[in-house]
Design a protein around this ligand. Structure first.
Ligand code: ZN
Length: 293
């Protein structure tokens, strides 16, 4: 019987722990929500940490939130969406949203991007040491579409990933924990080109049409990991709906084909361990591949 129990316990993957580090309430759902849903559904403990309360984000027409209530409403949306996705713990650090690149909020004295990197890294190290994830992921180095908070969170997460397992790191009093794998979530640039061409065709004067797709997402050839998330589209739609203050990415989908791209596949760049010499392209279909859990 023992052998069967061991085998069964492996198939539910209850030892797996995954941490997703983002900057604003909604990033965890709009960016890579189906990956969180997939691993939670398979029995993993899934955690998110979010740097800000999205204080200066847009307010969608359908929401009753005001600029004064936005941060509190978005904080609740973050917790509620986490519950829909099966997230075990949704952590929020409460830094101030820095706003889009070039906006006056960038210069607010409490803006997240003004917080010294050491301080941000220490928060993420504490989270990693407390939750002991084997796998950590965050934004790519360009923040998906250049948002300064995303770039700040990506850099902090990479530094924290390595510091968390380092006994000589002085920024945390918790016991060291060394995660096994670090990923950047990435939207393939080939998909961005299709999206933005369609946006520009539909409305040449829209803000989206003015963005340069060559600066969005990541080059396809840098992607290493491809997840089939198609089974989780309906739960993803529900979690997206929870973020009522934000315009749904599904409402801006220019075609059913592009919506299917968005809902069926998530892509990642494996940062650590790096690919072996001679390896390139998509080499994995599971973030926990090779860990034996
Ligand atoms: Zn964001």
């Amino acid at each position: 019987m023992g052998a069967f129990v061991a085998s069964d316990s492996k198939t539910v993957n209850s030892e797996r722990r995954l941490l997703c580090v983002v900057a604003h309430p909604d990033d965890e759902t709009f960016g890579s929500g189906s990956t969180l849903i997939k691993y939670a559904a398979e029995g993993a403990s899934v955690f998110t940490s979010c740097a800000t309360r999205g204080d200066v984000g847009e307010i969608a027409d359908r929401s009753d939130a005001t600029p004064e209530t936005l941060s509190a409403v978005r904080e609740q949306e973050y917790y509620d969406a986490g519950k829909v996705m099966g997230v075990k713990q949704s952590i929020l650090y409460g830094f101030r949203d820095s706003g889009m690149a070039g906006s006056p909020d960038n210069d607010h004295p409490n803006a997240y991007i003004k917080v010294p990197m050491d301080e941000v890294v220490a928060k993420v190290v504490d989270t990693i040491r407390e939750l002991k994830p084997q796998v950590v992921f965050t934004f790519d180095e360009g923040g998906g579409y250049g948002h300064p908070d995303h770039i700040h969170a990506s850099e902090a997460t990479k530094l924290a990933y390595f510091a968390a397992g380092d006994p000589s790191y002085e920024g945390s009093t918790l016991e060291p924990w060394k995660p096994s794998k670090l990923y950047y979530h990435g939207f393939p640039r080939s998909m961005m080109r299709k999206w933005f061409a369609a946006f520009a065709e539909a409305d040449p004067d829209s803000d989206l049409a003015k963005l340069d797709p060559e600066e969005m997402g990541v080059p396809d050839e840098t992607l290493t990991t491809e997840l089939d998330i198609s089974a989780h589209a309906e739960t993803r739609r529900k979690a997206i709906e929870v973020h009522q203050t934000q315009y749904s990415p599904l409402d801006r989908m220019p075609s059913p084909e592009l919506e299917a791209d968005f809902l069926n596949t998530d892509f990642f760049i494996r940062v650590d361990p790096p690919l072996a010499d001679g390896e390139s392209g998509i080499v994995e279909t599971d973030l926990f591949e090779g860990l034996g859990i």
